[in-house]
Design a protein around this ligand. Structure first.
Ligand code: WTA
Length: 653
């Protein structure tokens, strides 16, 4: 297990006890290798199909895949009703913990069933029909999960928008999806304070010149904060949902019926509405949740800390765990509310056994110091996971040591909004873990690391472990995206044109192999930044900056940052007649980005510069700006129009 006695081990095998009880066994890989489609058909059998599928995969219209062709199912029935029918109505689905201490609710599968039926009836009453879009802009309250499931039950697509996004960002997403309904809360708790939320919905709907597509706003009373009201348009959840019938017969939809849209950042300023469908998505989320998280629904208490505004919240808070009948914790607040003990208290209080979070949070816990963790009994934990960005080996070891008593496996799961579910990850109990590596594609998944021409960068002693390339997915998978809402050309162009000849999906990440054949994901190689696990495009931040009347030009780069993975660094040129580039202006520009996009996109540094480095064809050379931001010697400047520009930028910093 250990390389040497003095150095930290480089590999970690699970204990014999863990391996003996693990859901996963090595023969999963054999089965999938032998008969990939048969393997996926077996995984689809974990679901309840109203009409069985006649064919596993139809990829004749690539890159548009059809999985489980002709099969019909209802996603919400699979996540709720069937557990109740199986006699598990008393099992806790959600231990909900509000941000204010003492604010908690326990929701059984039986109660979830009633809530989802009532909400589905209320949505029908508001005129929603299969195929319509609903925007969900809510904090982590149980009604958010109920709202998603009610949409799924009706075949209505939800588009969850992170409640930390601004009114402008919400508007762009409502308009693009032409949403008929927005579901929100009056306010939300943010670090002990009740702050308005619905106000942003009103702003989003009334902004602009065109009439909004939104017919109704459905509002959950969460904080009791005073809220503007538009009679006729706005309705209270407690009025229309609580009074609706608790019975609702689910309709089965085609396996390829769209389930949801989720907007994510791309390389342009316009977010992409990623489309996911029903049968394949639910199959892969349930399958991965079962094996990667080793879930034992009868005994485990599972906690994924992601917000429902992100894909991780969709796949591993809502659909995967509920499809598997798991019991989970849902927490509304931030990790430091009211103090740094909160997550540890929750783990202790509910006896959390499986904990899935982001590397950035692990680094935050490290910064707070292990005394905080050590003040709690964390012995219930038996499995840990990470997602969202590469985890540095030091943080990995700290996590295992402090959370996992130096014993638990850690699953470092690589995947994307577009992939819908985990793709590259250890199987706990089977895979020998390596800190910093997501290891291998899961059974049924195929990935490779290739050079510009698509040649495999094979792990070899000659090449060493430093040759890196592009991460591609070279075979379709059930939960793959089915396109970009309203822009299938962009779908082809973004993901399928780079390796069009081979027909591979280009993930946008760089990666390398180690000598054992494990994959190490190195991070984005496009103009997408990863800040604390959040995807933010440089173009989006640039467009928010140039939207300010004093900014003439802006260039944004992601620079390495010890705590957040990457930090947003902006270089701006001000209008000739604008105020000086003093602190006031910089503060104002940072606030402008927070207003336009979200506080998560607020640049860490903004440098007012006289010029930006450009190629002779006028393209901004971000690579060089990244060198400057990270304090490196400048790389190749030969294509630069005016090399002296750096002198000016350095002086300005
Ligand atoms: C990055 C989150 C390294 C990667 C589920 C990917 C990771 C992007 C990992 C997708 C990991 C996610 N190791 N990098 N385990 N997981 N990433 O769409 O750059 O928010 O392309 O989905 O996060 O981010 P997204």
């Amino acid at each position: 297990m250990t390389d040497t006695c003095t150095e930290a081990p480089s590999t970690y095998a699970a204990s014999a006890e863990f391996a003996a009880q693990a859901n996963a066994t090595a023969d999963l890989y054999d089965h999938a290798n032998r008969d990939r489609l048969g393997f996926w058909a077996a995984q689809a059998d974990r679901l309840s199909w109203q009409t069985p599928f006649s064919q596993v995969l139809d990829f004749s219209d690539a890159p548009f895949a059809k999985w489980f062709v002709d099969g019909r199912l209802n996603v919400a029935y699979n996540c709720v009703d069937r557990h109740v029918e199986a006699g598990l109505g008393e099992r806790v689905a959600i231990h909900w913990e509000g941000e204010p201490v003492g604010d908690r609710r326990t929701i059984t599968y039986g109660e979830l069933y009633t809530d989802v039926c009532r909400a589905a009836n209320a949505l029908t009453g508001l005129g929603l029909r299969a195929g319509d879009r609903v925007a969900i802009y809510m904090p982590m309250v149980p009604e958010a999960v109920v709202a998603m499931l009610a949409c799924a039950r009706l075949g209505v697509m939800h588009s969850v928008v992170f409640a930390g996004y601004s009114a402008a960002a919400l508007k762009a997403r409502i308009d693009d999806a032409e949403a008929k309904l927005v579901i929100t809360t009056d306010g939300q708790y943010r670090r002990g304070q009740a702050v308005p939320l619905k106000e942003s919905v009103d702003e989003a709907i009334s902004a602009g010149t065109d009439a909004s597509t939104v017919e109704h706003v459905l509002v959950v009373r969460r904080t009791g904060i005073e809220t503007p009201w538009s009679e006729g348009r706005d309705v209270w959840w407690h009025d229309v949902v609580n009074s609706a019938s608790p019975e609702h017969t689910p309709e089965a939809f085609d396996s390829e019926h769209p389930l949801f849209l989720l907007y994510t950042s791309g390389t342009t300023g316009k977010p992409k509405g990623i489309i996911h469908t029903s049968g394949g998505y639910l199959t892969q989320t349930a399958y991965t949740h079962h094996y990667v998280f080793d879930i034992k629904p009868e005994t485990d208490v599972y906690w994924c800390t992601a917000d429902i505004g992100w894909i991780t919240g969709h796949s591993y808070v809502v659909y995967g765990p509920l499809a598997n009948g798991a019991t989970q914790v849902l927490y509304e607040g931030t990790p430091a509310s009211p103090d740094e003990h909160r997550h540890f208290e929750i783990i202790e209080k509910y006896g959390v056994t499986i904990y899935y979070t982001a590397p950035t949070l692990v680094r935050t816990f490290m910064k707070w110091g292990r005394d905080i963790a050590d003040a709690h009994n964390l012995s219930s934990l038996r499995l840990l996971g990470t997602v969202g960005e590469p985890i540095n080996p030091e943080a990995w070891r700290w996590y295992r040591d402090v959370f996992g008593a130096n014993e638990t496996p850690i699953v470092d799961t690589w995947w994307q909004t577009e992939t819908g579910a985990a793709m590259i990850s250890p199987l706990p109990g089977v895979t020998v873990c390596k800190p910093g590596s997501a290891t291998r594609p899961l059974p049924g998944i195929s990935a490779r690391v290739v050079d510009d021409n698509g040649n495999l960068i094979e792990p070899s002693p000659e090449l060493g472990e430093h040759a890196s390339g592009y991460l591609v997915l070279d075979a379709p998978w059930p939960s793959m995206l089915r396109g970009i809402w309203g822009d299938q050309d962009r779908f082809r162009e973004t993901y399928w044109s780079r390796f069009a000849e081979q027909g591979w999906y280009f993930a946008g990440d760089g990666a390398r192999y180690d000598l054992d054949g494990n994959i190490w994901v190195l991070g984005r190689i496009d103009d997408v930044m990863n800040v604390s696990g959040h995807r933010i495009s440089t173009a989006e931040v640039e467009s928010a900056l140039v939207g300010h009347s004093h900014v003439a030009e802006a260039a944004v780069v992601g620079a390495s940052d010890e705590h957040t993975g990457q930090a947003i660094i902006a270089f701006v040129i001000l209008q000739a007649d604008s105020a000086d580039g003093g602190k006031h202006m910089v503060d104002e520009l940072r606030a402008e980005v927070a207003r336009e996009i979200s506080p998560i996109a607020r640049p860490k540094e903004i440098h007012v510069v006289p010029e930006l480095p450009k190629t002779r064809s006028g393209k901004i050379m971000r690579r060089l700006l990244r060198d400057v931001a990270e304090g490196r010697e400048l790389g190749d400047t030969s294509t630069l129009l005016d090399p002296a520009v750096f002198e000016a930028i350095r002086n300005a910093r």
